[in-house]
Write a protein that binds this ligand. Structure first.
Ligand code: OAD
Length: 226
């Protein structure tokens, strides 16, 4: 299954394209791109530190917890996420394919050396211990390649799925948005959970037009042996 920002909405984290979405007030290429960071690393870093504080303060919601339960109960389960907040892992999903990286860890903008997590308290830029360049969050920015390994595993899971759930994503950002389409074309039953219709709704066998924090616990309750 594929998740997007909508699954974390009920944890109080804003989505990107909703009415109060992050990209309504900010231009993505200014905050989430190599050019944006090169032009103004301090502003870009401070924005990610602000988001990290929100991620740390947020708790996994009923939708995240239900997905962790589904992973325990369903054999051959793959969770692919576009989210960078690590709430799936905090809910108990250990094997998560992070297509867009994660906002908790960092690496050096100059030399690429991994740097792990840093305190989110200060907005001050942090130098790389290796080369002195600035650290950047380990998210995939606009114009950057997705991690090849993650994308291959995700495509393989989509190709071989019998059921594919698309949850809380507007399905507008590629190549992630291609995964439910690929699964559908390979014969999977596509199920969408989203209060709004999206570009893939017409392909879905079922569209649960409600919040994932409501629908996913109901799916858990309907699993055999529940
Ligand atoms: P979007 O903000 O584009 O879409 C969020 C979706 O969640 C919308 O379709 C909402 O209708 C839906 N939604 C809102 N509340 C929900 C709820 N409680 N339950 C279920 N669905 C709900 O977010 P993404 O599709 O994740 O990329 O965006 C994809 C990528 O665009 C992000 O990973 C990010 C962004 O630019 C990068 O930063 C690389």
């Amino acid at each position: 299954m594929l998740t997007g920002a909508g699954i974390s909405a009920e944890s109080g984290l804003p989505t990107f394209r909703g009415a109060d979405g992050i990209w309504k007030s900010l231009r993505p290429e200014e905050m989430a791109s190599v050019d944006g960071f090169s032009r103004d690393p301090a502003t870009c870093w401070a924005w990610y530190q602000h988001r990290r504080r929100a991620y740390h303060a947020a708790e996994p919601n009923a939708g995240h917890l239900a997905l962790a339960e589904i992973a325990r109960r369903v054999a051959d389960f793959t969770l692919i996420t576009q989210n960078v907040d690590r709430l799936h892992q905090r809910a108990g999903n250990s094997a998560v394919i992070e297509l867009h990286g994660n906002a908790i860890e960092n690496h050096c903008f100059r030399c690429g050396e991994p740097a792990g997590a840093v305190s989110a308290e200060s907005d001050d830029l942090v130098p790389c211990s290796h080369c002195g360049g600035w650290l950047r969050p380990s998210v995939v920015w606009f114009g950057e390649m997705l991690p090849v390994d993650a994308l291959e595993k995700a495509a393989q899971a989509a190709r071989s799925a019998t059921v594919f759930l698309s949850i809380g994503t507007s399905a507008q950002v590629y190549p992630a948005a291609q995964l439910p389409v690929l699964a559908h074309h390979r014969g999977a039953t596509l199920i969408e959970i989203n209060p709004e219709p999206t570009s893939i709704t017409h392909l879905a066998r079922h569209h649960f037009r409600a919040p994932s924090g409501t629908v996913l616990p109901q799916i858990v309750a309907a699993l055999p042996g529940a």
